[in-house]
Design a binder for this molecule. Structure first.
Ligand SMILES: [Zn+2]
Length: 293
């Protein structure tokens, strides 16, 4: 079904018009997760040919100085810090692509699991687990033999050595410690996740952290305040839309490309027309929450 929609949006010219007109004066943030090197080469190649890829810090600097950015500016981001991200390093180097990877600071460098990737039995429960209080979620996950502190036989996240090798080429930032749904956390847990991850990435990994990507794109007013208080310069959502130099830095918008498997899918998703039309028809369940736990 989605493939038909991608083809319709590409071949009708809608995605082209969107890219060349709607996106021209905007800064588009794109979200990837767990892409392999072949897909990355094709996807980065398309983005390089049709957009001006800039780093997250280029955008933040332009906001500070009020300097103009190139037309059709795109910021490439990856969430979570999946171990496969390391295989992209040769592509990133060779194509000179500025990339920001948001790390879960207590999962990278360990054999811990991302809770939503622990095993196949959890998969059908993921959406329901996102909607319950954080303590209850962790309690429920124990039934599936998952504990967030537990280390397992395999590795799901980047190792410390891999991160160190990538540092000269990649901007690493925070995606909390353990990837909870922030509005489902009480104040103590949210504080630990937001403030603690910045500290951990700086102290253990020697990084300079100025950006937080809210896990699952879920955030509340309280989470924005904590992000500001922790000293981050920006907070990144998955709210559909484009940014400019006047955007709210703690509610930066981003389109999920979700590791597009072909150029048609990438073209349509990177232009933003797919998400904007989809969300206009059906409001997504994630995003800003007026209240928190
Ligand atoms: Zn994530």
């Amino acid at each position: 079904m989605s493939n038909i929609a991608y083809m319709a949006l590409r071949w009708s010219g809608v995605a082209w018009v969107w890219r060349e007109a709607v996106q021209r004066r905007k800064v588009t943030f794109l979200l990837f997760h767990d892409m392999d090197a072949t897909d990355a080469e094709r996807n980065f190649g398309y983005l390089k040919r049709h957009y001006n890829i800039i780093g997250l810090n280029d955008y933040l600097d332009a906001v500070k100085d009020g300097k103009r950015l190139p037309n059709k500016a795109v910021v490439i981001t990856f969430d979570d810090g999946h171990t496969s991200n390391y295989t992209l390093l040769p592509v990133i180097k060779q194509m000179q692509i500025p990339v920001t990877i948001f790390l879960c600071s207590s999962i990278v460098g360990t054999h811990r699991h991302f809770w939503f990737r622990h095993n196949t039995e959890i998969k059908p429960q993921i959406e329901a687990l996102k909607k319950i209080a954080n303590g209850r979620r962790l309690e429920t996950l124990r039934q599936y033999d998952f504990s967030q502190e537990q280390e397992y036989g395999d590795t799901q996240a980047l190792s410390k050595e891999q991160i160190e090798k990538m540092i000269p080429w990649v901007n690493f930032q925070s995606h909390t410690c353990f990837h909870p749904i922030l509005p489902q956390c009480n104040d103590t847990a949210a504080e630990k996740e937001i403030i603690g991850s910045k500290r951990q990435l700086e102290e253990v990994f020697g990084l300079t952290v100025n950006a937080l990507s809210y896990p699952n794109g879920d955030y509340s007013t309280r989470d924005i305040s904590l992000t500001q208080a922790a000293g981050y310069e920006c907070g990144i959502t998955v709210d559909s839309g484009y940014n400019n130099l006047k955007s709210n830095l703690f509610r930066l918008k981003r389109f999920s490309v979700n590791d597009a498997k072909n150029t048609t899918e990438l073209m349509v998703k990177a232009s933003g027309c797919y998400a904007l039309l989809k969300h206009w028809l059906h409001k997504p369940s994630y995003g800003f929450k007026a209240s928190h736990e």
